[in-house]
Unconditional design. Structure first.
Length: 287
């Protein structure tokens, strides 16, 4: 196989830089294979051909599972070939087996940059800045120019939430295309909506803190105060409050403390120091 800047042999030594760090700049397609696996050898030239055809839109990382058994075990690889796609430091999709080239192209197209992505990025920036009318106009243009872009639908849900229509945004999440079902951004938005809905009609944080000081068993005040902290960006404070609620009152909100912690983990993308630390605390409290 000819040398290519888009195909990289990955080991434990360069996995972090090539796959994890690299996936923040471009998608990384990781091919787990072995010498004894005949389908792997049939798939490999197809993947290399596509890496060249897409001209750097993704990097193909090859991992020999016989030589890198620890990496294969870490990612739960039980069947070969297994191909995982990394974006922003995490696995976002995968397939197993030697798929035909057309199916692999369909797989890639769900995750690679699209024509409407620039407009979409502008629209999201305007939503964050509160320029909702302008954002709506850009989203209409993005949908017109790139009607198959599933992320336009996600941005429309974000716009609905920014307008204060929490019920509409929640319903919109359920109507998103199936390819976004396990998308980290969808999980994060679902968590944000969960906490925003908990604060509909809720008192201000100062009042909730006063209620909690007067009655440490006021589970509603504890949960709503944690929700305020999530939306204010005090994530560790929110996790502390939710952990305390879980320890004190598992019945409140059908285990709202534990479910709230899981929602915060989703908001953080399911990884990082805070997630690891508080997931351990949650498991200790449970068992």
């Amino acid at each position: 196989m000819a040398l290519s800047p888009y195909v990289v042999t990955v080991t434990a030594e360069n996995f972090e830089s090539v796959v994890i760090d690299g996936s923040f700049d471009h998608p990384v397609l990781v091919d787990f294979w072995a010498d004894w696996c005949a389908p792997c050898k049939g798939l490999m030239p197809v993947l290399a051909k596509l890496a060249e055809a897409y001209d750097g839109q993704f990097i193909l990382a090859k991992i020999n599972t016989e030589q890198e058994q620890a990496l294969a075990a870490h990612f739960g690889i039980r069947n070969l070939p297994t191909v995982q796609l990394f974006k922003s430091g995490a696995v976002v999709d995968q397939f197993m087996g030697a798929l035909p080239e057309a199916q692999i192209r369909e797989f890639l197209e769900r995750h690679l940059p699209r024509a409407g992505d620039a407009l979409l990025a502008q629209a999201l920036g305007m939503i964050a800045a509160g320029e909702l009318v302008e954002a709506a106009t850009l989203l209409e243009q993005a949908r017109s120019e790139d009607p198959g872009n599933a992320r336009v639908a996600l941005a429309e849900v974000q716009l609905t939430a920014a307008r204060g229509d929490l019920a509409g945004a929640t319903a919109g999440l359920e109507r998103l295309p199936i390819e976004l079902a396990h998308d980290p951004e969808v999980a994060a938005l679902r968590s944000q909506l969960r906490f925003a809905q908990a604060l509909v009609g809720a008192p201000a944080p100062a009042q909730l803190a006063e209620r909690l000081a007067a009655d440490p068993n006021d589970s509603e005040a504890r949960y709503q105060l944690a929700a305020h902290r999530v939306l204010a960006g005090d994530i560790e404070g929110a996790l502390e409050g939710l952990l305390a609620l879980m320890k004190r009152d598992r019945k409140y909100g059908e285990d709202a403390g534990r479910k709230g912690m899981v929602a915060v983990f989703d908001l953080l993308g399911g990884q990082g120091e805070l997630v690891s630390r508080y997931r351990a605390k949650m498991m200790t409290a449970l068992y």
